[in-house]
Design a protein around this ligand. Structure first.
Ligand code: NDP
Ligand code: BG6
Length: 509
């Protein structure tokens, strides 16, 4: 097991939604699991005024995302709350950093936390550069007496230029190996398992290329709408919110070459090459191969659901996309000619994220018979969430005369590993940062390379009025136009259910 130094976690954006819903509960889980070092403290930083006690009440004792956990006994809550502190500052004010430094010096001394600090940026992104500079100005970026690490929340930039600028500004104060760009999809166990499935098994890798794979599909569907984040989402949209980061990280893990070693730099080098090999779109390609949609009001399972434009903090004329489906190619030796289809959307019929590998059919159809199911493609489904697992579809003989075949399922479900505790994504990623492991964090160059591919789409959507935003009723699989992306007779997206093995006609949502 890797060593975890004594340290302090400083959360900027301490009174915000992410801190309460994800960050503090993740650190609490680490505490309950015995993963925190002997000397540890969390200090929340934002403008709101709280005493340490008030802040503990807010994020620990009254935090519904934490107190409902089975591990939340009065003793664990109290023990954890004692590690939590608060400092009110306006991070736009340059004097704030002196105040923060004095508080940290005191905490380090009282708690023996050895001047090791993680600074977690969970504020509006417009403050990221200011905070990095402020920390640099008072020497909190320095690693002379302890280490200093910076976790940067998404979105990492708004387009290619802003991502480059953000990288440049952060790198003025922190070196690349001090910067941890978080993408919570990489913290998911099932996402990490894609790497293991490919490279720990001898049966998949020989088939994992253009010779045997017909097409690859990635779906990240959400049942919920924009909820309370309309203000943020309306200036972001699905392409920035999900595709540029989460879905591209999945694509990189599916498409990358085997790294030389399983260390951070070897893995991140290979992922970068995938982004660099994405075939750039022309304006014409964008019209044909990228479909955007927006959900409209509807009745879902008997309940009236508002359309996107009726959501709180969303403009009534908004053209922001809540759905994107796209087809693209990776121009390299392994993937030449293999189409990748990816899609994401809010207000879909169910919540599901999965990768579907469609293998080419047999070259010679031996069992041609009247069964429509004969000679279907083999399909491997890597289910990220929910009902996490792996499903392989292959043909079997239907018992009886002749050689009629039928496609059957072979499935593995993660919950069969019942004795294994599966950490939440944030929990895993924060622990990695505590131990100085950048493997599951995005590197600056690959973030820029991903933006480089996305940028022309954003520009085309902004500048070309004739590119439609298709409406789709909430609770459906998005605009029908997305079906046309997939070439070939009888070829379509897999329409998954919440249950890994059910698809096709009967399906439990
Ligand atoms: P919120 O608006 O809920 O929180 C923003 C936080 O920043 C508040 O604590 C606010 O506190 C603080 N803040 C704002 N201005 C200042 C300032 N000048 N000085 C000090 N603190 C300031 O946002 P979220 O928690 O939703 O999101 C935070 C970041 O995390 C964003 O970048 C977002 O994109 C990202 N993110 C959020 C997710 C989520 O589910 N919420 C998911 C993934 C990423 P105060 O007003 O008290 O100063
Ligand atoms: C976040 C997006 O990064 O990921 C949200 O900002 C989205 O809009 C969320 O809902 C999806 O994450 P998960 O883990 O629920 O698939």
């Amino acid at each position: 097991m890797k060593k975890t130094d004594n340290q302090v976690l400083v959360i900027f954006g301490a009174s915000g939604d992410l801190t309460e819903r994800k960050l503090i509960p993740a650190v609490f889980n680490l505490y309950c699991g015995g993963f925190l070092p002997e000397c540890y403290a969390v200090i929340g930083v934002s403008r709101s005024e709280y005493s340490d006690e008030d802040y503990r009440d807010k994020v620990v004792f009254n935090n519904e995302h934490l107190i409902n956990k089975a591990s939340a006994t009065p003793e664990t809550l109290k023990g954890f709350a004692d590690l939590v502190y608060y400092q009110s500052v306006d991070t736009k004010n340059i004097e704030a950093y002196g105040k923060l430094k004095s508080r940290l010096d005191l905490l380090d001394e009282q708690n023996a936390t050895c001047n090791n600090h993680i600074f977690y940026l969970a504020t509006p992104p417009s403050l990221y550069e200011t905070i990095a500079q402020g920390l640099g100005d008072v020497g909190l970026n320095s690693e002379t007496t302890g280490w200093s690490r910076l976790i940067v929340e998404k979105p990492f930039g708004y387009n290619l230029n802003s991502a480059k600028k953000l990288n440049k500004e952060l790198l003025k104060h922190f070196s690349e190996d001090q910067i941890y760009r978080i993408d919570h999809y990489l913290g998911k166990e099932t996402v990490q398992n894609m790497f293991v499935t490919r490279f720990a098994n001898s049966i998949f890798e020989p088939l994992w290329n253009r010779n045997y794979i017909h097409r690859i599909e990635v779906t990240a569907a959400e049942h919920v709408g924009v909820e309370k984040r309309g203000g943020y989402y309306d200036s972001s949209g699905a392409l920035r919110d999900m595709i540029q980061n989460h879905l591209f990280q999945l694509v990189a893990l599916i498409a990358m070459e085997p790294p030389v070693r399983s260390d951070a730099e070897s893995i991140r080098n290979e992922k970068l090459k995938v982004f660099q090999s994405l075939r750039p779109y022309s304006d014409e390609d964008i019209k044909e191969n990228v479909i955007r949609g927006q959900y409209m009001n509807s009745t879902v399972r008997g309940e009236a659901v508002p359309g996107y434009r009726e959501e709180e903090d969303v403009s009534e004329q908004s053209k922001t996309e809540t759905y994107v489906a796209m087809k693209f190619f990776i121009d390299n030796w392994r993937w030449a000619g293999v189409p990748f289809y990816i899609r994401t959307g809010k207000r879909m019929p169910t919540r599901v994220t999965e990768v579907v590998i469609h293998f080419k059919p047999n070259h010679h159809h031996l069992f041609v018979n009247d069964s429509k199911l004969a000679n279907q493609q083999n399909v491997l489904v890597l289910r990220i969430q929910p009902n996490e697992g792996i499903l392989l579809k292959f043909d079997m003989k239907i018992p009886g005369a002749g050689f009629k075949t039928e496609q059957v399922n072979m499935d593995f479900h993660y919950d069969e590993l019942t004795n294994v505790y599966v950490p939440d994504a944030y929990e895993r990623l924060i622990l990695d940062c505590m131990q100085g492991d950048t493997t599951l964090y995005a590197r600056g160059d690959s973030t820029e390379a991903a933006w480089e591919f996305i940028d022309p789409i954003l520009k085309a959507w902004e500048q070309q009025e004739d590119i439609p935003v298709f409406g789709y009723p909430a609770g459906t699989w998005g605009p029908e136009h997305a079906d046309k992306l997939i070439e070939g007779d009888n070829m379509n997206w897999r329409y998954p259910c919440s249950n890994l093995t059910d698809d096709g006609n009967y399906c439990e949502l």
